[in-house]
Design a protein around this ligand. Structure first.
Ligand SMILES: CC(C)(COP(=O)(O)OP(=O)(O)OC[C@H]1O[C@@H](n2cnc3c(N)ncnc32)[C@H](O)[C@@H]1OP(=O)(O)O)[C@@H](O)C(=O)NCCC(=O)NCCS
Ligand SMILES: CC(=O)OP(=O)(O)O
Length: 336
């Protein structure tokens, strides 16, 4: 069974409440109907009820059975405002500012997740990644024992045998612009754990660089090398190796030549990029040139699941990310 089929089955078997703050956006409305019809999650749309109803009529979408909450008229507005103020008052938040900020759908949705009125949130069809991450980082914060929030894409490359029959995890492609060596180590460990728990694969993690095992020297390479060492020290149970060039990471013939002693080279299924320039460009190259399905960016490291979309996403992408968010929430509860 394909990974997404398994994810859909898990989501359907234990329906979670997922809030979509971009409730007035067309792809989100169509996706909400699909999610409801497939029984994947209990979707909550945030926005103005009249505007959402009018947009649904235009799109011929049926929103029967889908809850719509307008922050302006919500009975929970005061509760969320007070809780948000309490969370952020030592960072300079005032009651007046909190009243305005919490009406923002992204902050309102994040407060719903924080106060257990939803199990997860998905946004980003019209907002930038930073817009979504800021409330998440300020309100939800990192899970216990996790130092950095990061993200991953599940890349499904058609007709490819690289990784797990063409499936690979790419990280970090959306959150940390220039991670330190310590942060790279955390990102590698988090993605390996995600590969195991969510994708049910045995992770082989390549720390990518333009150098393979000392073939070049630069402070950029040193960062990746140090990150690799730290990750190995922190989690000796995981197969993590580097620094590796992309070809040495995934092509056996090249690995035999460039890194014959590596337990990861030639068979990596998790690729850790050295920074956000390479990660974001890298996933979009594979998505566009190799026509890969790019599912994500899925965030990891938050205490509760908050997930982003690319603004170029399709309705189907939203459905997929909602299903994954539900499964993240289920796994979190199981491991709590
Ligand atoms: C992630 C991002 C939004 C953080 O924004 P920022 O304005 O730099 O945020 P700040 O540095 O003010 O930090 C806000 C809070 O988040 C925390 N934080 C920031 N990045 C974090 C991370 N990766 N993990 C955990 N916490 C983080 C800070 O410690 C701070 O906490 P506090 O306010 O409780 O003290 C920013 O790094 C960003 O825009 N990243 C790139 C996103 C992007 O454009 N991606 C490409 C397209 S997908
Ligand atoms: C993940 C990503 O690159 O998002 P966007 O295309 O919206 O910037």
């Amino acid at each position: 069974m394909r990974l997404m089929e398994k994810i859909y089955e898990m989501a359907k078997a234990n329906k979670q409440r997922i809030v979509l703050p971009e409730g007035e956006e067309e792809r989100t409305i169509v996706a909400a109907q699909k999610i409801y019809e497939q029984g994947l999650a209990t979707v909550i749309l945030i926005g103005n009820k009249e505007r959402i109803a009018a947009k649904a009529r235009e799109l011929d979408a049926d929103l029967t059975g889908i809850e719509i909450i307008d922050p302006e008229t919500s009975e929970n507005l005061q509760k969320y405002t007070t809780a948000f103020y309490e969370l952020r008052k030592n960072k300079g938040m005032t009651k007046e500012k909190a009243e305005i900020i919490v009406k923002d759908p992204l902050y309102f949705g994040t407060m719903m997740v924080k106060l257990d009125d939803a199990e997860g949130m998905v946004s980003g069809a019209i907002h930038t990644t930073g817009d979504l991450l800021r409330p998440g980082l300020q309100i939800i914060k990192t899970a216990p024992g996790v130092s950095v929030v990061s993200s991953f894409f599940i890349m499904m490359v058609p007709g490819s045998t690289y990784g797990e029959e063409g499936m690979l995890l790419f990280s970090d492609c959306a959150v940390n612009p220039n991670p330190t060596a310590e942060q790279l180590a955390s990102i590698a460990i988090a993605t390996a754990d995600t590969a195991k728990l969510l994708c049910k694969i045995d992770p082989k993690v390549a720390m990518l660089s333009f150098s393979t095992m000392g073939s070049a020297e630069s402070e950029l390479v040193t960062k990746v090398r140090t990150g690799t060492e730290l990750a190995k020290q922190m989690r000796p149970d995981l197969a993590i190796d580097g620094e590796l060039q992309l070809d040495a990471a995934i092509v056996k013939k090249v690995a035999d030549l460039k890194a014959p002693d590596s337990n990861v080279a030639g068979k990596a299924n998790v690729l850790i990029f050295p920074d956000l320039q390479s990660g974001n460009i890298g996933y979009k190259l594979v998505q566009r040139f190799a026509k890969a399905e790019a599912i994500g960016p899925i965030c990891q490291g938050f205490a509760k699941p908050i997930n982003d979309l690319s603004r170029g996403c399709s309705e189907e992408d939203i459905v997929n990310v909602v299903a994954l968010t539900s499964v993240q929430a289920i796994i979190k509860k199981e491991n709590a």
